[in-house]
Design a protein around this ligand. Structure first.
Ligand SMILES: C[S@@+](CC[C@H](N)C(=O)[O-])C[C@H]1O[C@@H](n2cnc3c(N)ncnc32)[C@H](O)[C@@H]1O
Length: 391
């Protein structure tokens, strides 16, 4: 092209995944596209087209400079999209980003997460309206993108309900993974607190924004202080996700039954369950064997499956009785199967260093409290369940 801009008909660029990346609506090209609103057709369409083709020939450093430039434009001016139509400059920058295949570790790098946000977005103008660079950065820093990334096949383009979502920080993580919309509910959510759990460092930190402010600012996210049973939701969802929640549901049967009302026939229910009977099923430090300090009094009460022996004797106010249902794996599966058809059941063992600590003496000691406990129950750390509503 030699730097010249020629008027050429729009040719639908291909996303790296082979899907057609339709041009902004209103421009020539097949509809429907990721952008809906009408917009005048300008020469920029050619520039976008050239840029797409050029990007294929660029080395990584050059591509990174292009990406940084587009992100800089959007990060400086994203607020324009809140109240009205985003400018052409914003739309073009978002469109170019949408064509970039995010590198693998997009859950662990804020820039890559921003690229992923636009790449996976079902609708770019909606994406601009719901974009907040600070929240993408916080979500990445606090480790709130890894779970949506792990279950992305059930997230992309879908209306997601996150039951037991915690303080609300997962919302933008789900949008980064391509959710069309997100509702998060949790009975313990303080709508007016900026405090959030940093999952990477396992400490509470200041997110700089409250769940109420997120809900008011981003139309694709709704955060509710509510429970699985009293959601007050009169709608259905494409995906219902519960991450490390099922072990906390004190009426597991009732909670799962109430979720069936929020399903349509194609809904997918995704449960990530943390097994109480695993090495760290106590939900307290030490999280894994490398953290174990046998001289630490708190560790002494729970390490090497001692929490299982201790649980029956703790006071009713202790978290083992107040907020952990201590359901056994097969009982958990049976409850799920009473309400849903289980499509996938994937058990993940604890870290090798924790599993290696299991000895016949420990099994015997635990069996003094739970006579029929199996080694499988003691070594499986988490279960990922994918289920569908019963026909
Ligand atoms: C370990 S936290 C997990 C939070 C979040 N999903 C995460 O992974 O960071 C368990 C959450 O389940 C919530 N929870 C407990 N009972 C619930 C219920 N009946 N309905 C919805 N959420 C519940 C708690 O308030 C708590 O925030």
């Amino acid at each position: 092209m030699g730097g010249r801009i020629r008027r050429v008909p729009w040719r639908t660029p291909r996303r790296p995944d082979g899907r057609a990346a339709a041009p902004p609506a209103g421009r020539p090209g097949p509809a429907p596209g990721p952008l809906r609103s009408g917009r005048a057709v300008e020469e920029e369409e050619v520039v976008v087209g050239q840029s797409v083709r050029k990007r294929g020939r660029k080395n990584r450093a050059e591509l990174d400079i292009d990406i940084a430039a587009d992100i800089a434009v959007i990060d400086a001016r994203y607020a324009e999209s809140r109240d009205g139509e985003p400018s052409d400059e914003l739309v073009e920058a978002a469109f170019r980003l949408s064509l970039v295949e995010p590198r693998k570790n997009w859950a662990n790098d804020a820039t890559l997460a921003k690229v992923a946000y636009f790449h996976f977005a079902p609708d770019l103008e909606d994406a601009l309206r719901n974009y907040d660079p600070h929240l993408v950065e916080i979500s990445e820093r606090f480790g709130y993108i890894s779970w949506p990334r792990r279950i992305q096949e059930h997230v992309r383009g879908r209306k997601v309900l996150d039951v037991g979502c915690g303080f609300g920080g997962f919302g933008v993580g789900f949008l980064v993974a391509g959710a069309a919309s997100y509702v998060g509910l949790d009975p313990s959510m303080d709508l007016d607190s900026t405090a959030a759990k940093d999952k990477r460092r396992r400490v509470w930190d200041d997110m700089g924004i409250t769940p109420r402010q997120i809900t008011e600012t981003l139309p694709a996210i709704r955060l509710l202080q509510s429970s699985a049973e009293d959601g007050g939701l009169d709608e259905t969802f494409d995906t219902i996700a519960l991450h490390n929640v099922t072990e906390h549901l004190m009426d597991l049967e009732g909670s799962l039954a109430s979720l069936t009302k929020l399903c349509h026939p194609e809904t997918v229910v995704v449960l990530h369950h943390h097994n109480f009977y695993s090495w760290n099923g106590h939900h307290l430090p030490p999280v894994h064997a490398e953290q174990l300090d046998v001289d630490n009094e708190r560790h002494q009460q729970v390490y090497d499956w001692r929490h299982i022996n201790a649980a029956p004797d703790v006071p009713e106010t202790h978290m083992f009785k107040r907020s952990l249902n201590r359901v056994r794996l097969d009982d958990f599966r049976a409850v799920v199967e009473r309400h849903f058809d289980v499509v996938e059941w994937e058990e993940t063992p604890s870290k090798d260093s924790s599993v290696a600590r299991l000895t016949p003496e420990i099994v015997a000691r635990v069996r003094a409290t739970v006579p029929d406990i199996t080694e499988r129950e003691l070594t499986i750390n988490t279960v990922l369940v994918v289920a569908r509503p019963q026909a």
